[in-house]
Design a protein around this ligand. Structure first.
Ligand code: URA
Length: 278
């Protein structure tokens, strides 16, 4: 059923008890995240509290006074988020520390719109580390990677080669490039990927798996600096000091079941590599 929410202009969000926030001045990024959350909740229309007479001739706004030339101020040089991420990630001596440090990283705008920080699932001591793209709606809700439909398919794919995130004998460790859900599941921007990659690199170094599985284009873009999963998949490459196997993302396989044949081929390659002791 369509739902309607009464929303005043972006700069001021007024009391909306059903939504649980009070009157406050909020910035555009927060307002955008709130709107996206409301869309997720099923809101389909936003209307103003007071009627607008669209036939009224607008009063001419007073002409702004010409501004005096701004005095020259030295702009304080801010640290580059990528450099800051590198320095922070290097401080982490364990996965727990890395998760804590990364969760507090302030420069990625995706953090503002996400409900949860999604770090990893499965067993960190696993020989296989799967790297996906970013949390979707279900992952954002639960705070765990790959728990939605794509995640269920991923579990089935791994089970087909006797692996699983909670398998005691053949465990896997699962993470994503991005720990925060991009709004409307849009593709992450290159700068968002760049500032998070130092954490991914440290994540791989600390987990120290035997092999990496790169699920889809965004994982390849982050780890290999390359896109084009159709060309990249099914071939072992070296990345972050590990053998890495690009594969089709399970979400892609849900949309293109015919590609499951290639995915099965790649899973067998993974199994053979693990059996050979890598
Ligand atoms: N897709 C991903 O790449 N990661 C998830 O965690 C969920 C869906």
């Amino acid at each position: 059923m369509p739902q309607v929410v009464v929303l005043p202009p972006f700069t001021s969000v007024r009391s909306a008890p059903s939504l649980g926030f009070m009157e406050s001045e909020i910035d555009v990024a927060t307002a955008k995240a709130l709107l996206e959350w409301q869309i997720d909740m099923g809101v389909t229309e936003a209307i103003s509290e007071t009627p607008i007479n669209r036939y009224e001739v607008p009063k001419e706004a007073p002409k702004p006074k010409p501004k005096a030339a701004a005095p020259e101020v030295a702009v304080a040089s801010t640290t580059d988020p990528v450099d800051e991420a590198k320095a922070l990630a290097a401080r982490a001596a364990s996965l727990e520390e890395l998760a804590e440090i990364q969760a507090a990283f302030p420069h990625c705008a995706l953090k503002q719109g996400a409900r949860n920080f999604v770090f990893a699932d499965g067993k960190p001591e696993a020989r296989v580390m799967v790297i996906g793209e970013a949390p979707g709606r279900d992952e954002d809700r639960e705070g765990k990677p790959f728990v939605g439909r794509a995640g269920q398919l991923l579990d089935q794919m791994l089970a087909a080669i006797d692996h699983g995130r909670s398998d005691e004998t053949n465990p896997v460790y699962i993470t994503n490039i991005l720990p925060w859900r991009p709004p409307q599941n849009r593709n992450p921007e290159p700068d968002e990927i760049a500032m998070i990659m130092p954490f991914v690199e440290r994540h791989v170094a600390l987990a120290n798996p035997d092999v990496l599985v790169l699920m889809g284009n965004i994982a390849c873009q982050g780890v290999l600096g390359m896109k084009g999963i159709t060309r990249l998949r099914g071939k072992w490459v070296e990345a972050l000091g590990k053998p890495a196997l690009p594969m089709f993302h399970p979400a892609y396989l849900l949309r293109n079941p015919v590609a499951k044949r290639d995915a099965w081929h790649d899973l067998l390659m993974l199994q053979a590599k693990l059996r050979a002791g890598v």
